[in-house]
Design a protein around this ligand. Sequence first.
Ligand SMILES: Nc1ncnc2c1ncn2[C@@H]1O[C@H](COP(=O)(O)OP(=O)(O)OP(=O)(O)O)[C@@H](O)[C@H]1O
Length: 564
Amino acid sequence: MASGDLLLRTHAGAPVLARAFPCRLRVPARRRSGLVSPLAAARVDVAGRVRPRGAAAVQKRRRRDAEESLPFSRVVTRRDAVDEDEEDVEGEAPQLGAVTSAGEAGGVDGSYLSDTRFDQCAISPLSLKAVQDAGYERMTEVQEATLPIILQGKDVLAKAKTGTGKTVAFLLPAIEVLSTLPHQRNQLRPPINLLVMCPTRELAIQVAVEARKLLKYHRSLGVQVVIGGTRLTQEQRSMQANPCFSTRLKGVKVLVLDEADRLLDMGFRRDIEKIIASIPRERQTLLFSATVPEEVRQISHVAMKKDYKFINTVKEGDEETHAQVSQMYMVAPLDQHFSILYDVLKKHVAEDADYKVIIFCTTAMVTKLVAEVLSQLKLNIREIHSRKSQSARTKVSDEFRKSKGLILVSSDVSARGVDYPDVTLVIQVGIPADREQYIHRLGRTGRKGKEGQGLLLLAPWEKYFLGTVKDLSISEAAVPSVGSSVETEVKNAVRKVEMKSKECAYQAWLGYYNSNKTIGRDKSRLVHLAEEFSQSMGLAVPPAIPKNILRKMGLNNVPGLRSS
Ligand SMILES: Nc1ncnc2c1ncn2[C@@H]1O[C@H](COP(=O)(O)OP(=O)(O)OP(=O)(O)O)[C@@H](O)[C@H]1O
């Protein structure tokens, strides 16, 4: 984002889009001012949550609990007008015959790279130069497999393991498609030609960075990042007042759903459908993810043409996770989790001076709590989740990308797509939302063929989750015996954490497990487990919860819960 950005509140969206995505817009200073980078960027904050009801409520809550806001998109647009104008902005069932398996092609020496060089394939000299400037010489397997098919104009659903270059795999051919379109100079409101949707802000920002790299020599194309915001009503009003953004969306030639399975699951599906309804039917659609469960193949017709190609670079019989990442799980009562975490982290830090750890927690407030406890224990902790301001999120994310010797405690905002290099260990505390989320979180380590470690820390009653990942090479690790001095140290650290953080964590914890199909089914057991959690925070009596929150969770008359 250029330093000379202007901030203005603005309007956008045809009615259908406006309802879904009220916006706040940040538009770059004009190019002629000489303040902005060659590829001007605008940022639109987008949000529009509807109060959940009934079955939809569970989905909405799940989405909120998972800390992933509305879909965020990255947009490639004709550049001139973005620079010039501080404007208001804001198929059918899968064909089995269409499956292309690139797995057989294999990598070189088991690497994630293919043996095809970028200079051997049909891309423009401008793109090739940019690819080479980015330091990419050989294509990754998924890039090699998808490029020719996308260039043929086909819709593509692609599955490839985490950290194997899917972003370039969809951006590069999409840019090639756009670069052949006639360039209309000096348009005030340039059409948006490529729309990339992804499930988190960090991912949207990251893909924009990659897009700018690839567009380095394509002078007529610019990038805008449109991400979720929090000022709902005001933004909603302003966006509804202006049809500009949806008019620009009429220019979409290529639509990409990054992390397609996440975007097409029930939590996001309605929003995606609304967006798809506002872009032309005549377009090319690309869906990419490291996980493509069968249901997603079933519903991919929401976005794709009938004759789309499914390209799967995960070989038949191979796991969806990387062989070079060791996966362990530990099962221990909740009241030991902080001590175990501390012990595992201390050992890891001592073993690897270049340690870089991500700890995934179930919700934003539990993330905050864990970060506070570990900070009290003098570990080098950073914290990221949806309750942090966007500027704090970006700052932490940038720092973690560049640094070593850091531990990032995160909610699922970092679960998908985020490319932090050289992560040495991923710890998941508590059950992930599902098997896919486990795979994506683990995929933050072992990227680009590097080694990594994963640890899943479960309470005994969470052990059932292992059944969903039994095809993966995940083995049991012995619970470390933690000395009494460490236990006392941890207890003191927990004691120092503010009561408010504990209350919020308790409430969030209850909400998360309440919406879990297995654990949330038996409410009295749930309440009992929540009490265990509250004891693990050193509380003798579980905190009271506001009545309206209990009602929203459907727990208002459950014995054992205190209301306030
Ligand atoms: N051809 C290439 N050669 C070398 N590095 C590459 C190549 N293509 C992409 N990369 C780099 O590989 C890393 C991983 O890429 P990317 O984040 O796109 O992976 P991904 O498959 O989308 O992962 P995830 O499933 O986690 O979203 C990035 O740092 C990217 O810059």
